[in-house]
Design a binder for this molecule. Structure first.
Ligand SMILES: Nc1ncnc2c1ncn2[C@@H]1O[C@H](COP(=O)(O)OP(=O)(O)OP(=O)(O)O)[C@@H](O)[C@H]1O
Ligand SMILES: C=C(C)CCOP(=O)(O)O
Length: 246
């Protein structure tokens, strides 16, 4: 039984420069790709794009800077739930048995920043044949109020417990790019690409590509970073974008 773990980048499914705007065409295309695949088990996580990051930035909340303001939590979480509704609906329209899962309700960080995210409820959903759709979110952080939980961190938190066999991050870029703008086919250590790695070009409180590579290298299994053009290849088990080897 194979378990696919896929993150749809917020930069793919939203217009990251226009607050709270879904990129309908891109979302429909991604949903159609997932609807066309015969998978055993699939978990989808999506990022914040122009929904979460603008609110997080406005409230001064990041992965490390927290807020104790319940209104800030409602704003950021509410925007992400709205995007989650759009993603679940788009998948459902393509025949994918998608169900919403909101990390704020279940996960927390300890005061040293360690993320605790339960997975038994997700395993039960997968047993029903459903596709849980999670999202980057705010998360209660001991002694710091709430901080931002990126979709990339969720992928890492779930991978081991759910026994993911294939892990992919679909972003707007075709992979990790080197100084010449070419896709780096394989990364085994952060230093190999550190000089070329930067933050996102849009409002992004979770660190762009540099944080993505660092997060994926912390996994016990290999993963892929690729663009929408390689989504079908990834789902088919073929080479896609940059292969992050651990
Ligand atoms: N060396 C690099 N290779 C590829 N992208 C890079 C590089 N350095 C910086 N970037 C930026 O990182 C961005 C990808 O990170 P970003 O966090 O925006 O992606 P995402 O996960 O799709 O979106 P979100 O965080 O909203 O879910 C690219 O669009 C690009 O602007
Ligand atoms: C900004 C919020 C709320 C979520 C960020 O998730 P990411 O886009 O996966 O980094």
């Amino acid at each position: 039984m194979t378990t696919l773990l896929l993150k749809l980048g917020g930069s793919v499914i939203t217009d990251k420069d226009e607050p709270e705007t879904v990129d309908e065409d891109a979302l429909e295309a991604a949903a159609a790709s997932l609807g066309a695949v015969d998978f055993d088990r699939l978990v989808v996580v999506h990022g914040g794009g122009s929904f979460g990051h603008h609110h997080a930035s406005a409230h001064g909340v990041s992965r490390t800077d927290g807020s104790t303001d319940a209104g800030a939590v409602r704003d950021i979480h509410g925007a992400m739930c709205e995007l989650n509704d759009a993603v679940v609906d788009a998948l459902a329209d393509e025949g994918v048995p998608a169900v919403p899962v909101h990390p704020f309700s279940a996960a927390y960080r300890s005061d040293d920043g360690h993320l605790v995210h339960p997975t038994t409820q997700l395993a039960a959903m997968l047993d029903q044949g459903w596709v849980p759709v999670l999202h980057g979110d705010v998360v209660t952080h001991d002694d710091a109020g709430a901080t931002i939980l990126s979709g990339d961190e969720i992928i890492v938190a779930l991978a081991g417990n759910l026994g993911a066999s294939r892990i992919g991050l679909c972003s707007t870029v075709p992979g990790v790019l080197d100084d010449d703008g070419d896709v780096v086919p394989e990364i085994t250590a952060y230093e190999e690409v550190a000089d070329a790695l930067g933050e996102s070009e849009s409002t992004d409180v979770t660190g762009g590509m540099a944080a993505k590579v660092e997060t994926l290298l912390a996994l016990d299994s290999d993963s892929y970073i690729f663009g929408p053009g390689d989504l079908d290849a990834f789902l088919a088990g073929e080479a896609a974008g940059t292969h992050v080897r651990t």
